[in-house]
Design a protein. Sequence first.
Length: 98
Amino acid sequence: TGYQPGHVFALEIERPDDETSDIPNAKSSQNAADNGGWMRGPYTISRATENSFDVLMKVVGDRSKAFSFASIGTSVRFGGKFHTPIIDGIEKDSTKRV
């Protein structure tokens, strides 16, 4: 994927259309309206391989709630690559093992 732990990227999920949705917030509705029906937010990669990545997420708002309620097979989109990967931010010469 080219991603490494520490990279921040945009992760998107479609806002549920269902009137009974558990995600009624006006802020998430505006976010989805501004992005073609997709709720977008910045997330940090916690683990990555050549063809996958993991994102650890605490449910605190509408977007993270949408991810937590998503069923297997739910479409998500991602993109961008921001910040320095964690391993690149460690100055190896001055790091001591204890």
